[in-house]
Design a protein around this ligand. Structure first.
Ligand code: IGP
Length: 261
């Protein structure tokens, strides 16, 4: 069955090929090498025993359409950082999520906490782009990569000083995730074939993920009760976009979610 992921990956291959013509890889290598040293994304998620928040800057998605009309990525990121997010995820895919690598660069200039490049990474070139723009961590999606690609991209990320968040949805992809030594493992609660979201998916996967991995619950998280439920199930961090981005007062929304106000 062909899914939205197949469509996204086909487009991504074209984009990366086109980007390499505009910005040759040796130029990008130099820019990545000059970037300020990376911050410790994993340490920021382990700093306290409570469930830590990776707050996502997300304008739109294929499942929801436009999520927020009044979209100022830098202002949103500052609010996230001031309101208690441990890290920020910046969607950089343009075609399907209306994101931009430029947002990441702008946010890096004004926010201190670690940043994740959230995109569909299939090529080392995108790791260099991420590092050159100031990312500290990148998302790798098991459903988009072979086991070999996952190992290779995780290793290449490490060589560039980038940490990885390795995400899966299908239980059958978990062995490939665990074959890497990536410490951050994400369970996506959204089935990208149907867009159906179920928080119990993270809970069900919990027992199959060794406790030396830091478990990140992703997608569809809306309330403080959700956070408590996931925390009780052993989730150490959550990745939340839509439910925060839909609120008029994003700072208040972060506090409500974390139970800090
Ligand atoms: O907006 P939500 O439902 O809070 O979800 C955030 C994040 O988990 C979601 O954006 C996401 C998780 N994995 C992805 C992979 C690609 C694009 C997007 C995603």
């Amino acid at each position: 069955m062909s899914t939205i992921l197949d469509t996204i990956i086909a487009k991504k291959q074209q984009e990366v090929a086109a980007a390499k013509l505009v910005q040759p890889i040796d130029k990008l290598e130099a820019l990545a090498a000059e970037a300020a040293p990376p911050r410790d994304f994993i340490a920021a998620l382990s700093a306290t025993p409570d469930v830590r928040l990776i707050a996502e800057v997300k304008k739109a998605s294929p499942s929801a359409g436009i999520i927020r009309e009044d979209f100022d990525p830098v202002a949103i990121a500052k609010t996230y950082a001031q309101s208690g997010a441990a890290c920020i995820s910046v969607l950089t895919d343009e075609n399907f999520f209306q994101g931009s690598l430029e947002f990441l660069r702008q946010i890096r200039a004004v926010v201190e906490i670690p940043l994740l490049r959230k995109d569909f990474i299939i090529d080392r070139y995108q790791l260099l782009e991420a590092r050159a723009a100031g990312a500290d961590c990148v998302l790798l999606i098991a459903e988009c990569l072979s086991s070999e690609q996952l190992l290779t991209l995780h290793r290449q990320a490490g060589e560039l000083g980038l940490q990885t968040l390795i995400e899966f949805y299908d239980a059958e992809n978990l062995p490939a995730v665990l074959a890497t030594d990536g410490r951050l493992v994400g369970v996506n609660n959204r089935d990208l074939r149907t867009f159906h979201t179920d928080l119990q998916h993270t809970v069900r996967m919990r027992s199959q993920i060794p406790t030396d991995r830091l478990l990140v619950g992703e997608s569809g998280i809306r309330t403080h009760d959700d956070v408590k439920m996931l925390g009780a199930a052993g989730v150490k961090a959550i990745l939340v976009g839509e439910s925060l981005m839909r609120q008029a007062d994003i700072g208040q929304a972060v506090h409500s979610l974390l139970g800090t106000a």
